[in-house]
Write a protein that binds this ligand. Sequence first.
Ligand SMILES: [Fe+2]
Length: 339
Amino acid sequence: MSDIYPTQVCLNEQEQDAFRLLADELAGYDPVAETESFVMAAQLLSARLPERIRRAALNFRRNGDSAGGMLLRNLPVDPLPPTPDHADYGLGIRLPAARVFSLASALVGEQFGFQPELAGQIIQDILPVKGFEDTQQSISSRALLELHCETVFTEYRADVIGLLCLRPDPERFARTVLAPTAVLLPLLDARTLEILSELRFSTTVDGSFLRGSGLSDPIVIGPVRVLDGDPRRPRIRCDFAETRGLDDEAQAALDKLYAVASDAVIDTRLEAGDLLFIDNHDSFHGRSSFRYHGDGQDRWLLRTFITKDLSRSRVHRPGDGRIVDTDYAVGANVMVLTS
Ligand SMILES: [Fe+2]
């Protein structure tokens, strides 16, 4: 396990009050029916957040963090209803905490979402759902959520993932883990890094993005590089549950990456009011297993996807809205479509 930790900024009472006040001003906008006005208002209001918070968030946006993430702690997330029993109701986006979340997110970039993932809104509920306990989806619980970068099957994946904890699991078993490139790449030999930088990998579309599409067979995307860009600080594109080597040597390199990533994890235990921003190009993330109860007191996070350049995905966002809606089964990067 690594001894580095994400940069932490813990809000004092005055800073909490500033968030509450600005979040109240945002309450006049409907984040679902008026997404664009809501985000614009959040962006304008975020300029009035305390300078210490803005400075930390802007620094993360510009430079990232050697731990692959940053933590804003002690954000106001009350009042809070019982944890819903399904993630598709889109309950969290209506809460005061969602306004606080969007104020902070506006400092890091542009919020957007994906259809049909979790109600297809810019803020999603991440909570354990009965029947999905053992899946590799965000709504699982008993299963360890394998180290991954988010939605690596698409070029339009988020630059930053935001996770705001509304309610931790009662037993405090759940740990959100990071495995940043700054820690793990120096542990790999030059030949392995070279192979990981070549177009010798495939990755499949997350099952949760196929719901309702009628497709049950995996859609395989590739060939892709796991490491891309400046060799001194490459971007990673890999989900260990979905990404495979296209040949034995490539798979062996991926296995080595997995071994060092598993050894380098940074454990975080998110408490209510903790907002973790994760750099989706600089770090893997995952989650330990925890217990599902179904009694309204289960773990509940809000998640948002943040991009630094919304225009990149314009062709896949109907009406230039903030929700990417595309058919992953078509496109030049689909390698094999088994049926
Ligand atoms: Fe994730």
